[in-house]
Design a protein around this ligand. Sequence first.
Ligand code: FAD
Length: 402
Amino acid sequence: MTTVALSSFDLALPTDEHRMLRDQVRAFTSEKVEPQALEHDQKELFNRALFNEAGKMGLLGITVSDDYGGAGMDATAAVIVHEELSSSDPGFALAYLAHSMLCTNNLFHNASAEQRQRWLPKLVSGEHVGAMGMSEPAVGTDVLGLRTTATKDGDSYVVNGRKMWITNGAVDDVKTPCDVMLFYARTGGTDARPELSSFVVERGMPGFSVGQKIHAKTGMRASCTAEMVLDECRIPLANRIGEEGGSIKHMMRNLALERLTLAAMSLGIARRSIEVMVKYAADRKAFGKPLNEFGQIQKYIADSYAEFMACRAWVYDTARQMPLDAYGNRLDSDGVKLVASTMGKNVADRAMQVLGGYGYVGEYVVERLWRDAKLLEIGGGTIEAHQKNMTRDLTKGPFPWT
Ligand SMILES: Cc1cc2nc3c(=O)[nH]c(=O)nc-3n(C[C@H](O)[C@H](O)[C@H](O)COP(=O)(O)OP(=O)(O)OC[C@H]3O[C@@H](n4cnc5c(N)ncnc54)[C@H](O)[C@@H]3O)c2cc1C
């Protein structure tokens, strides 16, 4: 009988570079992110100083090449950063994701060389905060129905519309808009076959403003969410990204990475929840013995670990195979977010249950993770949208295992 040597390959740490990155982000998370997380959640504030520190560490341009000051790393590196940050502060991690994945990575892969040179260095350093506007007040899942219009007029476009739920849209409580918002607007076509184009609007352009900062969100309170207004806003031709009508390609390319990194955030939430509940169940006694001797508590812990590990393997395996410069794998990027988001929510819920009354207050962290976890079943595509997309892709075939 031949034996196969056990491999030391770790999907979550494929190279020394990834290991160094994880160590670096883990240290940053415990030293700098954790101490401010509860306060920023309670005050519903984005921590700009912490964001700038992430910029100094090279995290904001994690997938951008070093030509623009980025780290030039892959999807696995992006997953590592999101998992680590979310193990402490998913709200801050969401602001990081909107900036680094939805805006910065999107521009890096879809903008011209001149446009990259214009916007990326300041986005990568943290001098500028970026956002991405796809959703609208009346349109979310049905994105092709978006209502914002861009009408060409001489050497510019006149844009009218509203973008809703935009993470980083406002950067503070006095409605200061982000520096750069990449957004999608309709430039032609019909209702059945709309033509969508991508643009960049910059702070200070007349007609671009924050309609409202959205308060009292269930979770993710350390990220600012805003409604953005584009009112007779003149956008120069030079701010159109790619060809007119090229948005679908931009969206789809970036959505795969968005969904993968949102799934990574659920991993971070679940991992921390497991750590908290395991420790608490060992320390806390009831009826003269530790909680972890009760079968029902053991089920919470063991089920959580098993579901977390299964998701972790699929998330990192999907990251390993995800190209950043090409159309991604929608079946698996939707799939990992579908399964990990609900897993993260359930694991945080079990952790809260294991902690009893202590789980229900901020000091013990899991109530914040529990609130934050729910967003991941909605933002970046609802779980129903993933089910729709995946069924379509599986029906179209071929099956990935054939
Ligand atoms: C905190 C937060 C941050 C966000 N950040 C951003 C951001 O930075 N940029 C951005 O562009 N957007 C952002 N969003 C928007 C988010 O992506 C949308 O909320 C999401 O895509 C769902 O859209 P919707 O809210 O309009 O719900 P809808 O699309 O109206 O859906 C409502 C319900 O109907 C279901 N539904 C809709 N269509 C179908 C269907 N065909 N089959 C079955 N069920 C269906 C949905 O699954 C959901 O359950 C953010 C949202 C939140 C809450």
